[in-house]
Design a protein. Structure first.
Length: 302
């Protein structure tokens, strides 16, 4: 039954209001990143637009510029210290390396596991899927203490070999992302009829050739969507990165160092946080159709 015009208008209005409510914190975060200190700590009123925008916060956190020199150049006077402590370029690079590495490991395992679960019948298949899903429910803090002990014994924590530190974070991020990646990829493989596999093998293709040349190209959108989700989870992870390594500071860990004994550097926190959100938004917009379809576990058909 077609919805009447008033009901459509009401639905659209409610949708806009709900979206605005959820988007307002991000808007306020971005607005704070371009506020001068006087506007951030305005005690008399909530300052929305009554200020002169400044890009000091981005210049210091993203480009390594001297905080003191920028303040002098913009006529803000002396007494602005901490030029190097807020330079976050290395943290951004470390987050990129760890997130891409963890995503590659996760997808390298998840694609094969999901295809096997989707195509091959074996005893306890349903129970196995429930077990895989249950691993995602486990909070990281529940395994944090044994993980720290394991990483110390394995030489992946407090080690002079930085590569081992990177590898340690990649592996644990991959472990945490693997369940959701397997389930997402299974939903995409399930959407490809098994008749496609059978037709390819009748024509002489092996199981591997069928997977690589026939089925995998048909779910490349799902692979991209799953990879984006794994990247975002790795990009935003805080607890494991904080405790499992002291040599690598990813972006979430770097942000918490801006909370100092003399106060919170809200401008720098907002600038780095806003910049960290941008890649996630871009990737989600690129694969949003496949991502929604995968998160509903195949219930939405094209």
């Amino acid at each position: 039954m077609e919805m009447s015009r008033p009901l459509q208008l009401l639905r659209d209005t409610v949708a806009v209001l709900v979206t605005a409510i959820f988007m307002f914190p991000i808007f306020w975060w971005a607005l704070t990143s371009i506020k001068p200190i006087s506007a951030v700590f305005d005690k008399d009123r909530v300052n929305f637009f009554d200020f002169t925008p400044t890009f000091i916060n981005y210049g210091v956190t993203l480009f390594g510029q001297s905080r003191s020199q920028i303040a002098i150049d913009e006529g803000l006077g002396m007494g602005v210290a901490g030029a190097d402590a807020y330079d976050s370029r290395m943290s951004i690079l470390e987050s990129v390396i760890v997130s891409i590495g963890a995503t590659a490991i996760t997808m390298g395992v998840a694609v094969f596991a999901a295809y096997a679960i989707s195509r091959m019948a074996f005893r306890g298949r349903a129970s196995y899927l429930n077990w895989v899903l249950g691993q995602r429910f486990m909070p990281p803090i529940a395994i944090l203490i044994p993980l720290v002990s394991i990483y110390k014994v394995a030489g992946m924590r407090d080690t002079d070999n930085l590569y081992m530190g990177y590898l340690g974070l990649m592996m644990i991020y991959a472990l945490m992302n693997l369940p959701i990646a397997v389930l997402l990829m299974k939903s995409f493989f399930d959407d490809v009829p098994k008749d496609v596999d059978e037709a390819a093998m009748i024509d002489g293709a092996t199981r591997w050739q069928t997977f690589r040349k026939v089925v995998l190209p048909m779910v490349k959108g799902g692979v991209a969507a799953s990879a984006v989700l794994c990247f975002i989870f790795s990009w935003t992870e805080f607890l494991l990165s904080l405790f499992l390594t002291t040599d690598i500071r990813t972006v979430p860990v770097k942000i918490q160092t801006f909370v100092t004994s003399t106060g919170n550097e809200w401008g720098f926190i907002a600038a780095l946080g806003t910049a960290a959100i941008i890649p996630s938004f871009i990737f989600i917009l690129l694969v949003q159709k496949h991502l929604v379809r995968g998160l509903t576990l195949g219930s939405l058909k094209e």
